[in-house]
Structures are given as C-alpha cells and as structure tokens.
Design a protein around this ligand. Structure first.
Ligand code: ADP
Length: 171
C-alpha cells in the first residue's frame, strides 16, 4: 500500500490544489491531504474551516483523507509511517523554494521522506490562494478559481452578500 501526504496551508483550497489531489489519488493507494499549521503565515480561514472545505472538495475521491497537523512534516510522516510527500510546482519561482524544503525534509528525515513534484495543470498555473483572497477582498470574480462553496465562504469573510450576482454578471 503506497500512501503519500500532500501538505499545505490550503487557505483556501483552489482548483489548482484539487487538480494535484486528483492526479495524486490516481498514483497512490491513499493520499492524505494535511493542513499544516504554519506559524509564519496568518490564515484567513481557521484550521477547521480549511479542513472542512477540503473534505467537501474531495468527497468524491474515496482514497483521499483529510487531516491537520501542528508540527514538522517529517515528524508527521514518522508518526504515520509515510515516506512520500507531494508538492505542486507552478513556476520556476516555486521550484527554488520547494527544492530547498524537499532537500531539508530528506536530510532531516535521514532519507526517509522523499518529495514527488507534480507540475501544475497549465490552466491553473496562475492560481494561488493569495491571489484568490486578493480578488475576493475586492469583490472580484473567484468562481473560475475555486469551487462555488469556497467562493461563498470567501465573499462571506470579506462581508460581501451579492456573490450570486457577481457570478451571473461575469458569465
Ligand atoms: P504552502 O503554504 O505549503 O506553500 P499552499 O496551500 O499554498 O501551501 O500550497 C500547497 C502546495 O500546492 C504547494 O506545493 C504549492 O506549490 C501547490 N500549489 C498551489 N497552487 C497550485 C496550482 N495552482 N497548481 C499546482 N500546484 C499548486
């Protein structure tokens, strides 16, 4: 049984993340998507909200499990006996950062955790949670970027009530 973990902030989950999750779920027996508590980042959504949005977004993928963790990825992997971490790559700017993290995890885990990179689906290459939050904060259209229920949650966070109208106006 091959299990992989896909760690991230998922604040909130986007179609870019969902695409990576779907593709990973076809490669591994089980994919655990783990919302990591990142003390360096202030999140818009609480840990529970992020976990629940991921559960809803992946409810049709039977071999995908959603979890959360406050600590180092390598410790999580050790606890769960996982040896593969999945990360997504959008551009060369992601690569430098991701390579450093991957090498650190490999070193710290004494070669027990390897990182598998999946390149973005080109149609989602521009997507990031930060961009989506910025668009929503100005009442822009985020429906092409995230599932409808995530869009609704974003507009609610930023105090906009007319999200359905936004959707209609932009179609
Ligand atoms: P983190 O805070 O750990 O960087 P994110 O939630 O922003 O987490 O992203 C988790 C992972 O998903 C990262 O490896 C990131 O590069 C990848 N990712 C984010 N958006 C996309 C996208 N549009 N296409 C492919 N991979 C993506």
């Amino acid at each position: 049984m091959k299990t992989a973990v896909y760690p991230g902030s998922f604040d909130p989950v986007t179609y870019g993340h969902i695409d990576i999750i779907k593709r990973a779920s076809q490669m591994f027996d089980t994919v655990i998507v783990t919302v990591m508590v990142n003390s360096a980042k202030t999140s818009l959504f609480s840990l529970d909200e992020r976990v629940n949005m991921l559960k809803e977004a992946t409810k049709d993928l039977p071999n995908v499990v959603i979890d959360s963790y406050n600590g180092l990825l390598i410790n999580y992997c050790k606890e769960k006996n996982i040896h593969i971490a999945i990360r997504g790559l959008r551009a060369i700017t992601d690569f430098e950062y991701e390579l450093q993290i991957a090498q650190t995890n490999k070193e710290l885990s004494h070669n027990n955790v390897d990182t598998v990179f999946l390149t973005t689906n080109l149609i989602y290459s521009y997507l990031s949670s930060s961009t989506v939050k910025e668009i929503a904060s100005y009442n822009g259209d985020v429906y092409p970027c995230v599932p409808d229920f995530v869009a609704h949650a974003l507009y609610e966070k930023y105090g906009y009530k007319n999200h359905n109208q936004i959707k209609g106006d932009n179609l």
